[in-house]
Design a protein around this ligand. Sequence first.
Ligand SMILES: CC(C)(COP(=O)(O)OP(=O)(O)OC[C@H]1O[C@@H](n2cnc3c(N)ncnc32)[C@H](O)[C@@H]1OP(=O)(O)O)[C@@H](O)C(=O)NCCC(=O)NCCS
Length: 329
Amino acid sequence: MDKKIGVKILGTGSYFPERILTNADLEKIVDTSDEWIVTRTGIHERHIAADNEATSDLALEASKKALKAANIPGEKIDLIIVATITPDMFFPSTACCLEKKLGLVNIPAFDLLAACSGFIYGIATAKAFIESGLYKTILLVGSDMLSRITDWTDRSTCILFGDGAGAMILSASEEDDNVLSVSLGADGSFGDLLYMRGGGSVCPATAESIAAKYHTITMKGADVFKSAVPKMVKAAEDAIIKAGVKLQDVKLFIPHQANMRIIQAVAKRLNISMDSVFVNIHKTGNISSATTITALDEAIKTGKLQKGDLVVLVAFGGGFTWGGAVVRI
Ligand SMILES: CC(C)(COP(=O)(O)OP(=O)(O)OC[C@H]1O[C@@H](n2cnc3c(N)ncnc32)[C@H](O)[C@@H]1OP(=O)(O)O)[C@@H](O)C(=O)NCCC(=O)NCCS
């Protein structure tokens, strides 16, 4: 019998735009306060892209860092996947835009849309491609620019989001198997709690759709909160069971950074200490598909994780979608 192909994580990288928008800055834009935002969300500041930056530009910087960490040339990549809900444009895909910016040609490239669970869906996709033998070395990116689809007059949403990108290189390996398990889920019946109506086939761009702000995020925050907690708990538990590991063997939990109170509630239900939960939401806000990978990259680069450590990544997003993954660094 052929030996199972393992999936090795070769390297990670992340990038945040230079400009920082603080809660004090938001106080000048909408009727809010630093105190309200920090108490309800845990967010102090977030990065906002420059006018001339595109989602693929953030992806490019994160990818270059991941390639450097992996110590491989771009030419080794044989598939590019970009998870995003804020593509450069409908088509060509942001993955194709990234391919061009990386100076690569003839490599298959596509975007993946699973909202804030996008990177976990991406890990599952990359794992399946590698294990099937179809591709050997995959560049997986989570890149989002929520600032471009935010209604900056809506205080209940504009305080939450930011921009950034993270990248991971995954490769076929005979010795290592770093992606122990993935567990994905979705329930489309909750689609009307978190969505952007405009721009697609249902509501193409018109002067009316723009005036009605259909091209920005609409969210029923409290309802999203209520679903996010149990779904993230279940996704983490399922991934841990599938991986055949014990909760106490997990070094770090990296949850989607949507709201500090969601993160705390998930930790409480999983019965884990906040000491083993990675949090960077205070300085990033919610950057959708980029949250788990940028947090993982920071945990690796700051020495919070050492080679061999077990990590649980878990996310939840519009759709609703959710997903968990157990990886060994
Ligand atoms: C958005 C969120 C922070 C709102 O917190 P909340 O405790 O649910 O607050 P509510 O929406 O019930 O609003 C409470 C009050 O604060 C007000 N409020 C909303 N945003 C405010 C702001 N930025 N500043 C001050 N007051 C604000 C509301 O108008 C409301 O006032 P009212 O009681 O006079 O009507 C919270 O629901 C949340 O984070 N939900 C999850 C969102 C999420 O994670 N989405 C992405 C998932 S991937």
